[in-house]
Design a protein around this ligand. Structure first.
Ligand code: AMP
Length: 248
């Protein structure tokens, strides 16, 4: 089974984001960037499928600037086999990402595309679903567990109030949720090995996909600052404050 894993370079989740003074977006100057955390989970799952003898090859793909190559290298150090960088400095919206990934899938013919549930920068939660629609492949979103079941794939999904299990015919698109696994740290020998693994570089034009934006961001604002808490003398006062809603 060949697995395709898209990985996005985003602001590191530990960084406190700053909104640009003109409110057009988030300030990216001198900010630490890393692999989108959900994509680390996808890479980890693909590597586990390979270790279990289910997956045969793992191809990672990133759409982004030259530095997205580092994100691909991280995935290669975790155990992926080769990478594709679709190089662009433009902001690529989820629909255009899905269209590019659909082209890559047509070319690479994976049996499974493991997509992150959402990118933590735009929080769109759209790419995997749109990719499945464009390819006309089955999808299992918010995966909590992924198991091969004969020729099919059994995906246990996180849904409101519990879990739902679906069976997908392959090829399929699966979007991964937070509790699917705990991604590994790449070991030093694997980081060294990853330097020799191949990364293909392409331009979005090579796929004939128009990546020009369709959406207009009206305004980006900081969340309201939390007001300071208060100290109460004893439990009785705390309970009475809690009962009179909004008092604490
Ligand atoms: P989103 O729909 O933007 O929340 O992103 C969901 C998932 O789509 C991410 O976790 C990635 O797996 C994939 N994705 C989105 N943008 C990119 C990109 N520029 N390059 C590679 N994968 C991406």
């Amino acid at each position: 089974m060949k697995v395709l894993v898209p990985v996005k370079r985003v602001i590191d989740y530990n960084v406190k984001v700053r909104v640009k003074p003109d409110q057009t977006g988030v300030d990216l100057a001198n900010v630490k960037m890393s692999m989108n955390p959900f994509d680390e989970i996808s890479v980890e799952e693909a590597v586990r499928l390979k270790e279990a003898g289910v997956a045969t090859e793992i191809v990672v793909v990133s759409i982004g600037p030259q530095q997205a190559q580092e994100t691909i290298r991280t995935a290669l150090a975790m155990g992926a086999d080769r990478g594709i960088l679709i190089k662009t400095d433009a902001t690529v919206e989820p629909l255009a990402v899905a269209k590019l990934l659909a082209k890559v899938a047509e070319e690479e013919k994976p049996d499974l595309v493991l997509v992150g549930k959402q990118a933590i920068d735009d929080d769109s939660n759209q790419t995997g679903q749109m990719l499945a629609a464009l390819l006309d492949w089955p999808q299992g979103t918010f995966a909590f567990k992924v198991e091969k079941d004969g020729d099919a794939l059994k995906v246990t999904r996180e849904v409101d109030g519990g879990l739902q299990t679906v069976k997908l015919a392959l090829p399929a698109v699966v979007t991964v949720d937070l509790r699917l696994n705990e991604p590994r740290y790449a070991s030093l020998p694997n980081i060294m090995k990853a330097k020799k693994k191949p990364i293909d570089e392409k331009a979005p034009d090579a796929y004939g996909v128009d990546i020009s934006p369709r959406l207009t961001v009206v305004k980006v604002t900081e969340p309201p600052t939390r007001s300071a808490g208060i100290k109460v003398e004893d439990v009785a006062t705390l309970v009475s404050k809690l009962k009179t809603a909004g008092a604490v």
